[in-house]
Design a protein around this ligand. Structure first.
Ligand code: NAD
Length: 272
Protein backbone atom coordinates (compact mmCIF):
# COMPACT_ATOMS: atom_id res chain seq x y z
CA UNK A 1 0.00 0.00 0.00
CA UNK A 2 2.76 2.44 1.00
CA UNK A 3 4.58 1.70 -2.26
CA UNK A 4 1.49 2.73 -4.23
CA UNK A 5 1.62 6.25 -2.75
CA UNK A 6 5.45 6.46 -2.78
CA UNK A 7 6.89 9.90 -3.61
CA UNK A 8 10.40 9.49 -2.15
CA UNK A 9 13.06 11.48 -4.04
CA UNK A 10 10.56 12.85 -6.56
CA UNK A 11 11.45 16.44 -7.43
CA UNK A 12 8.27 18.50 -7.02
CA UNK A 13 7.82 22.15 -8.04
CA UNK A 14 4.95 23.88 -6.29
CA UNK A 15 4.05 27.40 -7.38
CA UNK A 16 2.40 29.65 -4.83
CA UNK A 17 4.22 27.38 -2.36
CA UNK A 18 4.69 30.29 0.03
CA UNK A 19 0.90 30.54 0.50
CA UNK A 20 -1.43 28.83 2.92
CA UNK A 21 -2.75 25.85 0.94
CA UNK A 22 0.36 25.15 -1.14
CA UNK A 23 2.67 25.77 1.83
CA UNK A 24 0.76 23.04 3.68
CA UNK A 25 1.09 20.72 0.67
CA UNK A 26 4.81 21.53 0.32
CA UNK A 27 5.51 20.60 3.96
CA UNK A 28 3.46 17.39 3.73
CA UNK A 29 5.16 16.26 0.50
CA UNK A 30 8.56 17.03 2.05
CA UNK A 31 7.59 14.77 4.97
CA UNK A 32 6.95 12.02 2.39
CA UNK A 33 10.58 12.24 1.24
CA UNK A 34 10.01 14.26 -1.95
CA UNK A 35 12.43 17.07 -2.85
CA UNK A 36 10.44 20.29 -2.86
CA UNK A 37 11.08 23.45 -4.90
CA UNK A 38 8.89 26.16 -3.39
CA UNK A 39 8.29 28.82 -6.06
CA UNK A 40 6.58 32.06 -5.11
CA UNK A 41 6.63 35.71 -6.14
CA UNK A 42 7.05 36.38 -2.42
CA UNK A 43 10.65 35.22 -1.94
CA UNK A 44 10.54 35.55 1.84
CA UNK A 45 7.51 33.25 2.04
CA UNK A 46 9.09 30.71 -0.35
CA UNK A 47 12.37 30.60 1.58
CA UNK A 48 10.56 30.38 4.91
CA UNK A 49 8.55 27.30 3.83
CA UNK A 50 11.69 25.71 2.30
CA UNK A 51 13.55 26.28 5.59
CA UNK A 52 10.74 24.62 7.54
CA UNK A 53 10.92 21.62 5.21
CA UNK A 54 14.72 21.44 5.60
CA UNK A 55 14.42 21.64 9.38
CA UNK A 56 12.31 18.47 9.13
CA UNK A 57 15.30 16.75 7.48
CA UNK A 58 13.89 16.89 3.94
CA UNK A 59 15.37 18.52 0.84
CA UNK A 60 13.98 21.83 -0.37
CA UNK A 61 14.78 25.11 -2.05
CA UNK A 62 12.79 28.36 -1.92
CA UNK A 63 12.87 30.25 -5.21
CA UNK A 64 11.54 33.67 -6.15
CA UNK A 65 9.42 33.23 -9.27
CA UNK A 66 6.69 35.19 -11.04
CA UNK A 67 4.46 32.71 -12.89
CA UNK A 68 3.50 35.45 -15.36
CA UNK A 69 7.08 36.08 -16.46
CA UNK A 70 8.72 33.49 -18.72
CA UNK A 71 12.28 34.64 -17.92
CA UNK A 72 11.57 34.35 -14.21
CA UNK A 73 10.13 30.84 -14.77
CA UNK A 74 13.18 29.77 -16.80
CA UNK A 75 15.56 31.04 -14.13
CA UNK A 76 13.57 29.27 -11.40
CA UNK A 77 13.66 26.04 -13.41
CA UNK A 78 17.44 26.25 -13.95
CA UNK A 79 18.05 26.82 -10.26
CA UNK A 80 15.72 23.98 -9.26
CA UNK A 81 17.32 21.48 -11.66
CA UNK A 82 20.82 22.54 -10.50
CA UNK A 83 19.95 22.17 -6.81
CA UNK A 84 17.44 19.29 -6.74
CA UNK A 85 17.71 17.49 -10.12
CA UNK A 86 15.24 16.97 -12.99
CA UNK A 87 11.65 17.95 -12.18
CA UNK A 88 9.21 15.00 -11.92
CA UNK A 89 6.06 16.76 -10.75
CA UNK A 90 4.56 20.24 -11.18
CA UNK A 91 1.83 21.62 -8.94
CA UNK A 92 0.34 24.85 -10.34
CA UNK A 93 -0.86 26.47 -7.13
CA UNK A 94 -0.21 30.19 -7.63
CA UNK A 95 -3.60 31.83 -7.93
CA UNK A 96 -6.27 33.74 -6.12
CA UNK A 97 -8.86 36.46 -6.28
CA UNK A 98 -8.66 40.24 -5.73
CA UNK A 99 -11.03 42.50 -3.81
CA UNK A 100 -10.89 44.98 -6.74
CA UNK A 101 -12.27 42.28 -9.09
CA UNK A 102 -15.14 41.33 -6.79
CA UNK A 103 -18.64 42.83 -7.00
CA UNK A 104 -20.06 44.25 -3.78
CA UNK A 105 -22.50 46.89 -2.51
CA UNK A 106 -19.82 49.47 -3.36
CA UNK A 107 -18.69 47.97 -6.68
CA UNK A 108 -21.26 46.99 -9.32
CA UNK A 109 -20.62 44.61 -12.20
CA UNK A 110 -20.75 47.65 -14.53
CA UNK A 111 -17.92 49.37 -12.62
CA UNK A 112 -15.57 46.37 -12.28
CA UNK A 113 -12.17 47.66 -13.41
CA UNK A 114 -10.93 45.77 -16.46
CA UNK A 115 -7.37 45.78 -15.12
CA UNK A 116 -8.38 44.01 -11.91
CA UNK A 117 -10.40 41.35 -13.77
CA UNK A 118 -7.55 40.90 -16.28
CA UNK A 119 -5.12 40.47 -13.43
CA UNK A 120 -7.21 37.65 -11.88
CA UNK A 121 -7.67 35.93 -15.25
CA UNK A 122 -3.95 36.17 -15.94
CA UNK A 123 -2.72 34.93 -12.57
CA UNK A 124 -5.02 31.90 -12.44
CA UNK A 125 -5.06 30.88 -16.09
CA UNK A 126 -1.99 32.36 -17.80
CA UNK A 127 0.13 31.60 -14.71
CA UNK A 128 -0.87 27.93 -14.97
CA UNK A 129 -0.36 27.83 -18.74
CA UNK A 130 3.04 29.59 -18.78
CA UNK A 131 4.48 27.57 -15.90
CA UNK A 132 3.35 24.35 -17.56
CA UNK A 133 4.96 25.42 -20.84
CA UNK A 134 8.31 25.99 -19.16
CA UNK A 135 8.35 23.04 -16.74
CA UNK A 136 6.42 20.38 -18.64
CA UNK A 137 8.68 20.64 -21.69
CA UNK A 138 11.36 18.74 -19.76
CA UNK A 139 8.79 16.27 -18.40
CA UNK A 140 7.50 15.65 -21.94
CA UNK A 141 11.06 14.99 -23.20
CA UNK A 142 11.66 12.45 -20.44
CA UNK A 143 8.24 10.87 -21.04
CA UNK A 144 7.23 10.54 -17.39
CA UNK A 145 5.71 12.82 -14.76
CA UNK A 146 2.65 14.44 -13.28
CA UNK A 147 1.04 17.88 -13.53
CA UNK A 148 -1.54 18.93 -10.97
CA UNK A 149 -3.49 22.17 -11.27
CA UNK A 150 -5.23 23.87 -8.36
CA UNK A 151 -8.69 24.88 -9.52
CA UNK A 152 -11.68 25.76 -7.35
CA UNK A 153 -15.31 24.71 -6.89
CA UNK A 154 -16.15 28.12 -8.42
CA UNK A 155 -15.08 26.53 -11.73
CA UNK A 156 -18.08 24.14 -11.90
CA UNK A 157 -20.85 26.65 -11.15
CA UNK A 158 -19.72 30.27 -10.74
CA UNK A 159 -19.90 31.73 -7.27
CA UNK A 160 -21.61 35.09 -6.86
CA UNK A 161 -19.35 38.18 -6.74
CA UNK A 162 -16.16 36.48 -8.10
CA UNK A 163 -16.89 36.55 -11.83
CA UNK A 164 -13.29 36.79 -13.11
CA UNK A 165 -11.99 34.20 -10.64
CA UNK A 166 -14.75 31.72 -11.54
CA UNK A 167 -14.10 32.18 -15.27
CA UNK A 168 -10.36 31.76 -14.80
CA UNK A 169 -10.73 28.53 -12.80
CA UNK A 170 -13.22 27.18 -15.38
CA UNK A 171 -10.48 27.80 -17.95
CA UNK A 172 -8.02 25.90 -15.72
CA UNK A 173 -10.37 22.86 -15.74
CA UNK A 174 -10.72 23.02 -19.50
CA UNK A 175 -6.93 23.31 -19.89
CA UNK A 176 -6.44 20.33 -17.54
CA UNK A 177 -8.58 18.13 -19.79
CA UNK A 178 -7.06 19.51 -22.98
CA UNK A 179 -3.49 19.00 -21.83
CA UNK A 180 -4.15 15.51 -20.46
CA UNK A 181 -5.28 14.41 -23.93
CA UNK A 182 -2.63 16.39 -25.84
CA UNK A 183 0.24 14.99 -23.79
CA UNK A 184 -0.97 11.38 -24.09
CA UNK A 185 -1.50 11.68 -27.83
CA UNK A 186 1.72 13.55 -28.65
CA UNK A 187 4.32 12.82 -25.97
CA UNK A 188 3.79 10.00 -23.50
CA UNK A 189 1.10 7.80 -21.99
CA UNK A 190 3.01 8.02 -18.70
CA UNK A 191 2.39 11.72 -18.08
CA UNK A 192 -0.80 12.53 -16.22
CA UNK A 193 -2.55 15.90 -15.89
CA UNK A 194 -5.25 16.40 -13.26
CA UNK A 195 -6.65 19.11 -10.99
CA UNK A 196 -8.18 19.46 -7.57
CA UNK A 197 -11.03 21.87 -6.89
CA UNK A 198 -10.89 22.92 -3.25
CA UNK A 199 -14.08 24.18 -1.65
CA UNK A 200 -13.88 26.84 1.04
CA UNK A 201 -10.73 27.11 3.08
CA UNK A 202 -10.34 30.28 5.11
CA UNK A 203 -7.18 31.94 3.70
CA UNK A 204 -5.96 35.43 2.81
CA UNK A 205 -7.65 35.45 -0.63
CA UNK A 206 -11.18 35.04 0.78
CA UNK A 207 -11.00 36.14 4.43
CA UNK A 208 -12.42 39.59 3.50
CA UNK A 209 -15.47 37.89 1.95
CA UNK A 210 -16.14 35.27 4.61
CA UNK A 211 -15.40 37.02 7.89
CA UNK A 212 -16.00 40.54 9.17
CA UNK A 213 -12.67 42.39 9.14
CA UNK A 214 -13.41 44.05 12.50
CA UNK A 215 -15.20 41.37 14.53
CA UNK A 216 -13.91 38.16 12.90
CA UNK A 217 -17.57 36.90 12.83
CA UNK A 218 -18.88 35.12 9.72
CA UNK A 219 -20.33 37.42 7.06
CA UNK A 220 -23.71 36.60 5.47
CA UNK A 221 -21.72 34.95 2.65
CA UNK A 222 -19.66 32.95 5.15
CA UNK A 223 -22.90 31.74 6.81
CA UNK A 224 -24.46 30.86 3.42
CA UNK A 225 -21.40 28.74 2.60
CA UNK A 226 -21.60 26.81 5.84
CA UNK A 227 -25.36 26.30 5.28
CA UNK A 228 -24.63 24.91 1.79
CA UNK A 229 -21.79 22.64 2.87
CA UNK A 230 -23.19 19.28 4.03
CA UNK A 231 -20.21 18.91 6.38
CA UNK A 232 -21.15 22.35 7.79
CA UNK A 233 -17.65 23.81 8.10
CA UNK A 234 -14.73 25.27 6.15
CA UNK A 235 -11.99 22.88 5.06
CA UNK A 236 -8.63 22.63 6.80
CA UNK A 237 -5.62 22.99 4.48
CA UNK A 238 -4.23 19.60 5.57
CA UNK A 239 -7.44 17.97 4.27
CA UNK A 240 -6.12 18.45 0.73
CA UNK A 241 -3.04 16.29 1.34
CA UNK A 242 -4.58 12.83 0.82
CA UNK A 243 -6.20 13.71 -2.53
CA UNK A 244 -3.00 15.35 -3.73
CA UNK A 245 -0.84 12.35 -2.75
CA UNK A 246 -3.24 10.05 -4.57
CA UNK A 247 -3.13 12.12 -7.78
CA UNK A 248 0.66 12.57 -7.69
CA UNK A 249 1.53 8.94 -7.00
CA UNK A 250 1.20 5.62 -8.83
CA UNK A 251 -2.03 5.10 -6.88
CA UNK A 252 -3.62 7.21 -9.66
CA UNK A 253 -1.61 5.62 -12.52
CA UNK A 254 -4.68 5.30 -14.82
CA UNK A 255 -6.21 8.66 -13.88
CA UNK A 256 -5.77 11.65 -16.15
CA UNK A 257 -7.86 14.66 -17.19
CA UNK A 258 -10.05 14.86 -14.08
CA UNK A 259 -10.89 17.61 -11.60
CA UNK A 260 -11.50 16.33 -8.07
CA UNK A 261 -13.62 18.45 -5.71
CA UNK A 262 -12.40 18.54 -2.10
CA UNK A 263 -15.27 20.52 -0.67
CA UNK A 264 -17.18 18.83 2.17
CA UNK A 265 -19.98 18.07 -0.32
CA UNK A 266 -20.62 21.71 -1.38
CA UNK A 267 -20.73 20.98 -5.12
CA UNK A 268 -23.18 18.06 -4.66
CA UNK A 269 -25.74 19.98 -2.62
CA UNK A 270 -28.65 21.54 -4.52
CA UNK A 271 -29.59 23.68 -1.52
CA UNK A 272 -32.77 21.79 -0.49
P1 NAD B 1 -2.57 32.26 -0.78
O1 NAD B 1 -2.82 33.68 -1.12
O2 NAD B 1 -2.28 31.89 0.63
O3 NAD B 1 -1.41 31.67 -1.71
C1 NAD B 1 -1.19 32.08 -3.03
C2 NAD B 1 0.31 32.25 -3.22
O4 NAD B 1 0.54 32.58 -4.59
C3 NAD B 1 0.90 33.40 -2.38
O5 NAD B 1 2.00 32.93 -1.61
C4 NAD B 1 1.35 34.42 -3.42
O6 NAD B 1 2.52 35.15 -3.06
C5 NAD B 1 1.59 33.53 -4.64
N1 NAD B 1 1.54 34.30 -5.89
C6 NAD B 1 0.68 35.31 -6.23
N2 NAD B 1 0.98 35.78 -7.44
C7 NAD B 1 2.05 35.06 -7.89
C8 NAD B 1 2.82 35.09 -9.09
N3 NAD B 1 2.55 35.97 -10.08
N4 NAD B 1 3.82 34.21 -9.22
C9 NAD B 1 4.10 33.34 -8.23
N5 NAD B 1 3.43 33.27 -7.08
C10 NAD B 1 2.40 34.11 -6.92
O7 NAD B 1 -3.87 31.48 -1.33
P2 NAD B 1 -4.40 30.01 -1.09
O8 NAD B 1 -5.77 30.17 -0.56
O9 NAD B 1 -3.43 29.17 -0.37
O10 NAD B 1 -4.59 29.53 -2.61
C11 NAD B 1 -3.77 28.60 -3.27
C12 NAD B 1 -4.50 28.12 -4.51
O11 NAD B 1 -5.71 27.47 -4.15
C13 NAD B 1 -4.90 29.25 -5.46
O12 NAD B 1 -4.77 28.82 -6.80
C14 NAD B 1 -6.36 29.47 -5.12
O13 NAD B 1 -7.07 30.07 -6.17
C15 NAD B 1 -6.80 28.05 -4.84
N6 NAD B 1 -8.01 27.91 -4.04
C16 NAD B 1 -8.10 28.42 -2.78
C17 NAD B 1 -9.28 28.23 -2.05
C18 NAD B 1 -9.44 28.74 -0.66
O14 NAD B 1 -10.52 28.55 -0.08
N7 NAD B 1 -8.44 29.34 -0.06
C19 NAD B 1 -10.34 27.55 -2.62
C20 NAD B 1 -10.22 27.07 -3.91
C21 NAD B 1 -9.06 27.24 -4.61
Amino acid sequence: MNKLFELTNKVIVITGGGGILCGTLARALGDEGAKIAVWDINEKAAVSIANEIKSNKATSVGVKCDVLDKESLKTAKERTVAELGQIDILINGAGGNKKEATTSEDLSFFDLPADAVRCVLELNFMGTFLTTQIVAEDIAKRGEGVILNISSISSFRPLTKVMGYSAAKAAVNNFTQWLAVHICQNYSKDIRVNAIAPGFFLTEQNRFLLTDEKTGELTARGKAIIDHTPMARFGKPEELIGTVMWLLSDAAKFVTGIVVPVDGGFSSFGGV
